[in-house]
Ligand binder design. Structure first.
Ligand code: ADP
Ligand code: LRH
Length: 480
């Protein structure tokens, strides 16, 4: 049977990697991480940016390391974007969604288009930094006035490899400007909030060919200029959900990295008022699926505590948190108060105190509070996703860097009262690879077939749930 080799570029909010994968029914799935690099916000004159040119350079390096491949696919975090001028040049440096320019913008937009109407049209949860709000925040700037096209980050990086522009569908669904049924841009909505709909490029779907490499990219990477860049689930979460090694549809997922994205996979969006009130998003998945999920603050809380403490090693701290014998205390890990960088331990302690709980006074105590809070937030999101969608689940799959955090996986199993299957850590890169391999004809079938293939190729760790009593008490602390 056919066998292919592809390069998956997977950029998370904290690190990026280029993975070379050999895939085939007989060959199986053989992954080699050929290049890895840090990523994160860069503050320039009081604005948080992404270093996209630096990321492009790392991609070129990674592709050179990957050597001969049959195709390349790129996924990154969602929502953020670059603006191109009439010549196709990037205007300014893309802004990070954690920047404060969007504070108060959602409320402003809701005066023109009420939140309930926005949800009915786009099915997107309220996040203060959704693309629509970022664009409204930029109305009146010289930059937006000069802009002729908006490219989401993976589409921008694909454009720099190929010269071809477009908007991949899974990621487009995170902008708050795509119709909830995925049928196209909601141009009326854009016009009503003062965004020129001609900024929004033609849509493409996972598996589509973006184009061959430009001659200069081919020369710099040593790749054959005919190598196609393929659209994948360019939203990292879309690729991560493809990379969940689930045996059947009765699963919830926690795509656990800088963010925890928690939910279920559905055939159609849930646009009820209860769903809106619970702040669930209907993001478009690969093959027309819906990723019905909520954003939980995720390992950002851990990352920012470590940074505040001078970057001590994570694993010894997790061991101390596991042994921690102080009282269980929690914060609401879905709360936007934790969005911005800096002073994270102080913000967590303040939130613990505000809920009338005893304040942890050691690093281990704060770390334990963060992990208990994440587990509790995972439980709430899983239970609400099940309740609101009617999709029954019997397993919670944890994928991404968080699958390496055994304490968090165990707490998540306990809190949810369901077994957790942890891994693969690189589910996102794997989902990217699988969609490319299918487009090239090395794999066939639909998502269940891809997942069945995957389940045979990866090892996972299973955590059985233990008594849920403590979690009911913690749930009561948060109220709601
Ligand atoms: P993103 O895609 O958002 O950049 P990742 O999925 O790469 O995030 O996950 C990164 C996170 O994984 C880190 O912030 C860290 O909390 C966690 N992690 C990485 N290595 C380990 C480890 N050895 N033990 C526990 N957690 C880990
Ligand atoms: C995770 C992610 C998430 C978005 C956020 C901006 O990396 O793509 O799905 O909400 O980044």
């Amino acid at each position: 049977s056919r066998e292919v080799t592809v390069a998956a570029v997977d950029l998370g909010a904290s690190s990026g990697r280029v993975v070379r994968a050999r895939v085939g029914r007989t060959a199986g799935l053989e992954l080699t991480e050929v290049h890895r690099f840090d990523n994160g916000p860069v503050r320039v004159r009081d604005t948080l940016h992404w270093n996209v040119v630096g990321l492009h350079r790392e991609i070129l390096r990674g592709l050179r390391e990957a050597a001969t491949v049959d195709a390349v696919g790129i996924d990154t975090w969602a929502i953020d974007h670059g603006l191109l001028d009439a010549d196709g040049a990037l205007l300014g440096t893309p802004v990070h969604h954690r920047d404060d320019r969007t504070i108060g913008v959602a409320e402003l937009v809701h005066r023109t288009v009420p939140a309930a109407e926005l949800y009915a049209r786009t099915g997107v949860q309220e996040l203060p930094f959704t693309t629509i709000y970022q664009l409204v925040a930029a109305v009146g700037t010289a930059q937006l006035a000069a802009a002729r096209e908006l490219l989401l980050v993976p589409d921008l990086l694909c454009y720099w490899l190929t010269g071809e522009r477009g908007a991949e569908l899974t990621n487009a669904s995170t902008t708050g400007l795509l119709a909830a049924d995925g049928s196209g841009w909601d141009t009326d909505l854009a016009l009503r909030v003062g965004i020129d709909p001609s900024l929004l490029p033609a849509l493409r779907a996972p598996g589509d060919v973006v184009g061959p490499l430009t001659p200069s990219v081919a020369a710099e990477t040593g790749l054959d200029p005919a190598t196609p860049v393929l659209a994948v689930g360019s939203h990292d979460t879309a690729s991560a959900v493809v990379g969940v090694p689930a045996a059947c549809e009765r699963f919830a997922y926690v795509s656990c990295g800088t963010w925890s994205l928690v939910g279920v996979e559905l055939d159609a969006p849930v646009l009820t008022e209860a769903s809106r009130a619970a702040n669930f998003s209907n993001e478009r998945g690969v093959d027309g699926t819906v990723r019905y999920l909520r954003n939980v603050m995720g390992l950002w809380l851990v990352q920012e505590c470590l940074r505040a403490w001078g970057s001590p090693a994570l694993e010894p701290l997790l061991a101390e948190a596991e042994a921690y014998a102080g009282p269980s205390v929690v914060v609401d890990a879905a709360d936007a108060v934790f969005l911005a960088p800096d002073d994270m331990p102080a913000r967590i302690v303040a939130a613990v105190a505000a809920l009338g709980q005893p304040v942890p006074d050691t690093r281990a105590g704060i770390m334990r509070c963060v992990l208990d809070s994440l587990a509790l937030a995972h439980r709430r999101a899983v239970r609400e996703a099940v309740g609101l969608s009617g999709r029954e689940v019997d397993t919670v799959h944890v994928v991404g860097g968080g699958a390496r955090n055994r304490l968090l996986c165990r707490l998540t199993a306990d809190a949810c009262g369901l077994p957790v299957v942890a891994g693969p850590v690189e589910a996102t890169a794997i989902g990217n690879v699988l969609v490319q391999a299918r487009a090239l004809g090395a794999l066939g079938g639909d998502l269940p077939d891809l997942r069945a293939f995957l389940a045979e190729q990866v090892t996972t760790v299973r955590f059985e749930p233990r008594g849920a009593g403590r979690w009911d008490d913690l749930e009561a602390v948060l109220g709601r």
